[in-house]
Design a protein around this ligand. Sequence first.
Ligand SMILES: *Cc1c(COP(=O)(O)O)cnc(C)c1O
Length: 350
Amino acid sequence: MAHQWRGVIEEYREHLPVSASTPVVTLREGGTPLVSSDVLSEATGCSVFLKFEGANPTGSFKDRGMTLAISKAVEEGSKAVVCASTGNTSASAAAYAGKAGLTCAVLVPAGKIAAGKMAQTLVHGARVLEIDGNFDVALEVARTLAESYPVTLVNSVNPFRIQGQKTAAFEICDALGRAPDYHFTPVGNAGNITSHWLGYAEYAVGGVIGELPVMFGFQAAGAAPIVTGRPVPNPSTIATAIRIGNPASWEAAGKAAADSGGEILAVTDREILRAYRMVARQGLFAELASSASVAGLLQLSAAGRLEAGAVVVCVLTGHGLKEPDWAIAGAGAPPLLPADPAAVAAELGL
Ligand SMILES: *Cc1c(COP(=O)(O)O)cnc(C)c1O
């Protein structure tokens, strides 16, 4: 039988906090494509690769952390998990809880339910409960619930999430046979860039790679607390997955970027949309938030900050199908033609 990817826990077991008795709850996440980009390589003079995390089972990198968080919850005897989210975290939590047979509760701010990702959450059988308050209030309720009742919190403050997500860095090194010179990633709650740096650092200590990458993280300009140095009370950006005003992993992310010789920078919504379209034209449909990494690449390249020939990896964190509105907006209605091949050929200029 051909080899099937086993999921991140089995593929990287020796690097993760699991034992022989940990029940592995997996949807065979990870093993995502690392795709070379001719268009971006040509535009920047670098050798650019895109790590397409949209290819995970629920369409985002959240699955890497969720397989571990849910496996550990089952190991600890938990019967239920809870998170506050309307996004990719709840979609992933719902799917893995469903696989494990756990109850999954998703607390959302009243009236703020986003349709696309909520569809996943509902179809996987999570209990969605509206809380009278904003996101921060919902998270506080989830935290307190997890402290007082037999239910595990699977928001990114769960330490197993960070551990699982570091496997993206392992896969990149395994595919390239080295670390990239530069690693670019979108930054929201800032857990992902923190976990990638952890992964690279562990591979360096273990002698798997000789050099560490320079890490650049990109926040949306309207939601860039790490860049400006203070929390943003009303974050605003089209990239909803990184619309976060007070990141949970703020300090760790800043340290990861600084220790690697990189930075956390901001990209505008206009830059994000341009990158989103460029990437989609090359056959990879990434979420708007995901495109912040490519927007950052183009920004640094235009500023002359990347040396020619450098090996660059941009992480595309989630799948574009989760929010199709931006792809459809502005495309215009298709022309109506007679049922005539000649007319179709003429329209196509064949
Ligand atoms: C969660 C998420 C992010 C942000 O990741 P953080 O770890 O919060 O920085 C970016 N893009 C997508 C698609 C996400 O789901």
